[in-house]
Ligand binder design. Structure first.
Ligand SMILES: [Zn+2]
Length: 465
């Protein structure tokens, strides 16, 4: 029997339905439409709220939640991505399996409270701090999945392939927890992880060669062959930092996107994470092969990476998703606005991305371009069918409080603009995954325990970091 959820607004794709109803049966949406007193007599009435698809966070390193606030100072000279990475490595090496789970649960809890119902976890902590694999080489991956299950998020665990420090670089002892000895061992671990979670509907497995610097062409090719057979999503960091482009050119004689394409990994099941520094050839390849792009503008701003060329990508019909990446701030709504606002600052103009929107009511709306980045495009990037409140899709949805100061006064015609450019996590009142409530009245039932567990971990780390 279907359960009916009634709200002042229901958002189906880009349509805003006034006094709408979402009908859910067996964890899936079975109908969406205007409220009908006869058909929806027993509807749960959420009153002054908007029911919208839960946000898909397509790129996360959950353990980096422990790093927030701990790398925001200068020690000597100037700070950049590479010096930040040193601090991040020390954090990565300080956590035992239980602590990895506690920190991950904190990150996932904060995501759920911000309206995220699915996470793509780019997971690269595999081994013991000295590099010895645990008895089960997926011990830490299981811990991260357990954390997502504790919170109730849908998760795609993208197991990272890390083979080396970089081109002509001596092994870095701080990377020992990430590195698998060869690609076959890596693929064996992916297969075992996939088998272990095959029957859990909210857990999916994917692959993630870390970057073209962290694996060789042979690894990329082997992962591409495996992808063809297993049809798994593949994510890879690409073109985040300019220094990475130079190093790639020196080794391969080509830029990262070209290398990824030549090894068979640029396709509709693949995602380029960041894609900040793209030349014309890279943009053409993206148009031709159709990978997703995962932008993480709050992290990219925090790390000084650069600005996503979102206009050029949209001109080539790219599907852009968003990710919280380094967790310096978990706020998918600000990720959306930052993509547009970065371009306004750069070009000294307004509504830059609206040029790529179809005309509606005689206008082009910036939100029409940004909105799918928070839901449908993220689902595409992870190969999932969530991301839309429409019949047949999983009932992953959130209720937003229209009495919250951030949303008060909105109407059907402005709701998407308010969500993409003026929204705050505070207005998320409830969240459901597969029709099951994970956040109710702005709280998660395990919130106190998860926050206390995280605070305990941070208390023990305080001395070392
Ligand atoms: Zn990342």
């Amino acid at each position: 029997m279907a359960t009916h959820h009634r709200a002042r607004f229901v958002v189906c794709h880009r349509d805003v339905i006034e006094d709408g109803v979402v009908s859910i049966d067996d964890g899936r949406v079975v109908a969406v439409g205007p409220h009908d007193a006869a058909r929806h007599a027993n509807a749960v009435d959420h009153g002054e709220t908007a029911l919208v698809p839960g946000v898909v966070n397509a790129h996360s390193h959950a353990f980096q939640r422990a790093l927030r606030g701990r790398a925001e100072h200068l020690t000597a000279g100037q700070d950049d991505f590479w010096s930040w990475r040193e601090v991040m490595y020390r954090m990565a090496n300080a956590l035992d399996p239980e602590q990895v789970e506690a920190v991950s649960a904190m990150a996932f809890l904060e995501m759920a409270r911000a309206g995220i119902t699915t996470v793509g976890e780019f997971h690269y902590l595999h081994h013991q701090p000295d590099g010895t694999p645990y008895d089960d080489p997926n011990t830490l991956a299981h811990r991260v999945i357990a954390a997502a299950r504790k919170v109730g998020l849908r998760i795609t665990l993208l197991r990272v392939a890390y083979g080396r420090a970089g081109f002509r670089k001596a092994p870095d002892p701080l990377q020992r927890r990430f590195i698998d000895s060869d690609v076959y061992r890596y693929l064996g671990a992916v297969t075992a992880l996939d088998a272990a979670w095959r029957h859990e509907p909210r857990v999916e497995i994917g692959m993630a060669p870390h970057s073209v610097r962290a694996v060789t062409g042979k690894w990329l090719w082997s992962i591409s062959e495996h992808q063809k057979i297993m049809k798994l999503p593949v994510h890879i960091h690409a073109c985040e930092q300019r220094a990475e482009l130079e190093a790639c050119k020196a080794e391969y004689g080509r830029l990262p996107v070209e290398v990824i394409a030549d090894e068979g990994l640029l396709n509709t099941r693949s995602s380029l994470v960041h894609a900040t520094h793209l030349d014309r050839r890279a943009l053409d390849l993206i148009e031709e092969r159709g990978p997703s792009i995962v932008a993480c503008p709050l992290t990219e701003a925090n790390l000084g990476d650069g600005i996503l060329p979102a206009g050029e990508l949209l001109a080539r019909r790219a599907h852009i998703a968003i990710g919280s990446d380094g967790q310096s701030r978990i706020d998918p709504w600000s990720e959306l606005s930052q993509i547009e606002n970065n371009l306004r600052l750069r070009h000294e103009r307004r509504n830059v991305l609206a040029h790529h929107a179809d005309e509606r009511d005689g206008r082009r709306h910036t939100a029409d371009v940004l909105w799918p980045m928070a839901n449908e495009n993220g689902a595409r990037s992870l190969g999932l069918d969530c991301g839309a409140l429409a019949p047949g899709h999983p009932a992953d949805m959130i209720a937003l409080d229209l009495r919250d100061p951030a949303l008060a006064g909105t109407r059907a015609g402005t709701l998407l603009a308010d969500l993409c450019l003026g929204m705050t996590p505070r207005a998320v009142r409830s969240a459901w995954v597969a029709g099951e409530a994970i956040v109710s009245e702005g709280r998660h039932p395990a919130e106190d325990a998860i926050v206390d567990g995280f605070r305990r971990v941070m208390g023990t780390l305080e001395r070392g970091l």
